[in-house]
Structures are given as structure tokens and as C-alpha cells.
Design a protein around this ligand. Structure first.
Ligand code: ISE
Length: 335
């Protein structure tokens, strides 16, 4: 296959950045068509990028003009387009979360197994971030002994429209996935506690929140989410091992001396913090599609992330420690 022809469903902000990334920066693929529930807006996007606008996502996915699919719609619509891609036997990249409910993720897993071939990749891009990869390499080397505790921070400048469930289900879902990948094991329990709420939180939102997870082997993790921190975008991860402590590197920025102070700027949001991770993620997905395989976060990873997030949500709502129970991983997903 010369160039992978991609159809993208959902032309919102992240969908448009993916079109630009694939068509202008990456190799071996082009987004050739798009669809969106807002047909007029979709047409304006298609015109801007000189691609075809489709009135129906399903028709685009089934068409011979498309080899593979990217789903960047609102979360509740992920399932229907991922299912359409599985039905058409096409590789599909779905932004996180795979679906808002664990049952929907399970339906996708079952459909993919029934199709007999892995086709789905979930957009957990932190697995491609060079910094998290350095942590993984250091952990896997065994040089520092076993990981015992992880201290993580995930702060956003602001988060308009956020409700109390979103810090877990929309923000910390990234930690839920990337830390499970980092440690190579599932979680056992979840708990979420509320510190004092910032006066910058909208409406009933509880912000910040701290999520505690334990893994099957007993590693203890704390993740602070503060979605209205009002100073920038700040993602930290410290892995305390038996004989060493590993810290996620921050993007390097020049330190400036000005106004009687030393200032080192930090990123404002996730799009500034993780562009490299997105580029590596999409280039790997394109290459894998062309080679006829999926090598990134699978539908099973999407399912386990959602089961974990739902347990953490239950823990938050009931202010108790909740045990996390996954179905057994089918052989189909074992590497
Ligand atoms: C957003 O959806 C993301 O995926 C960002 O990475 C995260 O930092 C932010 O909190 C989420 O709302």
C-alpha cells in the first residue's frame, strides 16, 4: 500500500490537529475524508484541508475510498464508529476513552474477537512520550529494584465545563492507563479523596481530587488532579523503587533572568506538553496499519482503563475504598 487513506470522524479541535499532523508532518498516510454530526462545519473543515466531506460517518467508513479510520467524536459516539470500522474490517484509531462505559468497551472487545483480528487502537498517547519511555526502561532494567510507590501530579490551567466525575474519567484516565503500562500489572483497589476545594472551581465541581490506586503486587500510587491550578500544565510522575527514585523529565525550556528573578516557562496545556508523543503515536499507528498489525494500546487496554475509572468514580461517590475486578484477559489479547 503506497499511502494509507484515512477517514476521520469528528472534526472538533483534536480531530483537526490530527488531520494537520497526519497530512503535514507524518509520513505514509493522508486523511482523505471527514465526517461530523455538524455537516456544515464538516464541509468547512474539508474545504480547508482539501479533503472530501461525508454526510455519514458510517458510509465513509464502509467506502472503498478509505483504508483506515480515526475516531475523534464526542466520547458517547466512539462506540458506534469503532463498531462500524470493525464491521468493515478496517484498522481504527479511537481517541481516549474507548467508550464512556465499561460495558460499551466490552462490546467492542467482543466484536473485535468475533471479527477474528485485532483492529482497534486507543489514543492513550502518554505511552509514546519519550519521558515515560525513559521511566519504563529504567523500571524494566531492574537496576533500581522493584517500584514501591508512585507519586503523580496532573494539573491543568483551567477546565471549563468540568464536573466532579471528569478529573477521574477525563484527566486521570491517562495515569490509569500509563501507570498500568509502566508497571505491567493491573490494579486492585481505588479510592478518591477531596482536599479543600479551590474557589476557582465552577459550580459543584470538587477540585482538586486525589486518587489512590493499589496494584495487584501492592504498589501504592497517588495521583493529584487539580484542573483549575491557574498556573499552567503540570504533569509529574515519581517512581520510588527499592534502590533509586525515578522522575519523569519535564520539557526543557530556557531559564530567563528578568525583573530581579529567574524564570523557566512551563507549558500551558496538553497540546504543548505532548506533541512529540502524539506524533510518535500516530506514526507508529500508520506504520503498523500498513504492516497489518496493531501494536499500541488495544481495545482490551481501553476496557481495563474504563473498569478502573468506573471503580474510582464509585470510590469517589461513596467515599470508600473500592475493589477493582476485571474479566480475565482473553488469549486473543495476549502478546
Ligand atoms: C484532556 O481531555 C486530556 O486528554 C488532557 O491530556 C488532560 O490533561 C486534560 O485534563 C483532559 O481534559
Amino acid at each position: 500500500m503506497e499511502e494509507l487513506k484515512i477517514g476521520l470522524v469528528g472534526t472538533g479541535a483534536i480531530g483537526r490537529t490530527h488531520i494537520e499532523r497526519i497530512n503535514n508532518t507524518l509520513q505514509g498516510a493522508k486523511v482523505v475524508g471527514c465526517a461530523d454530526a455538524n455537516v456544515d462545519f464538516c464541509k468547512s473543515v474539508a474545504e480547508k484541508y482539501a479533503i472530501k466531506a461525508w454526510e455519514s460517518g458510517e458510509e465513509m467508513i464502509a467506502s472503498d475510498e478509505i483504508d483506515a479510520v480515526v475516531v475523534t467524536t464526542l466520547d458517547p459516539f466512539h462506540e458506534q464508529y469503532v463498531m462500524a470500522a470493525i464491521k468493515a474490517g478496517k484498522y481504527v484509531f479511537c481517541e481516549k476513552p474507548l467508550a464512556p462505559e465499561a460495558d460499551a468497551c466490552k462490546r467492542i472487545v467482543e466484536a473485535e474477537m468475533a471479527a477474528g483480528k485485532q483492529l482497534v487502537q486507543v489514543g492513550f498517547m502518554r505511552r509514546y512520550d519519550p519521558g515515560y519511555n525513559q521511566l519504563k526502561k529504567a523500571i524494566d532494567s531492574g537496576k533500581y529494584g522493584l517500584p514501591l510507590m508512585l507519586h503523580c501530579v496532573h494539573r491543568n490551567y483551567d477546565a471549563p465545563g468540568f464536573t466532579t466525575s471528569m478529573p477521574v474519567e477525563n484527566s486521570m484516565i491517562h495515569e490509569i492507563d500509563v501507570l498500568r503500562w509502566l508497571l505491567g500489572e493491573n490494579y486492585k483497589t481505588a479510592e478518591v479523596v477531596f482536599p479543600k476545594t479551590t474557589r476557582n472551581a465552577e459550580g459543584e465541581l470538587r477540585d482538586p481530587q486525589i486518587m489512590y490506586l493499589t496494584t495487584e503486587s501492592g504498589v501504592r500510587i497517588d495521583v493529584e488532579s487539580f484542573v483549575n491550578c491557574r498556573y499552567g500544565y503540570d504533569v509529574r510522575c515519581e517512581v520510588v523503587c527499592e534502590e533509586g527514585c525515578l522522575n519523569l523529565p519535564e520539557p526543557a525550556n530556557a531559564m530567563i533572568r528578568t525583573n530581579d528573578s529567574r524564570v523557566t516557562p512551563i507549558c500551558h496545556d496538553w497540546s504543548e506538553r505532548f506533541p512529540e508523543a502524539y506524533n510518535i503515536e500516530f506514526q507508529s499507528w500508520i506504520n503498523a496499519c500498513k504492516e497489518g498489525r496493531v501494536d499500541g494500546p488495544s481495545a482490551w487496554d481501553g476496557y481495563t482503563a474504563q473498569v478502573t475509572a468506573k471503580a474510582a468514580s464509585k470510590a469517589r461517590d461513596t467515599q470508600s475504598v473500592v475493589e477493582i475486578k476485571y474479566d480475565a484477559m482473553p488469549d486473543f489479547y495476549k502478546k
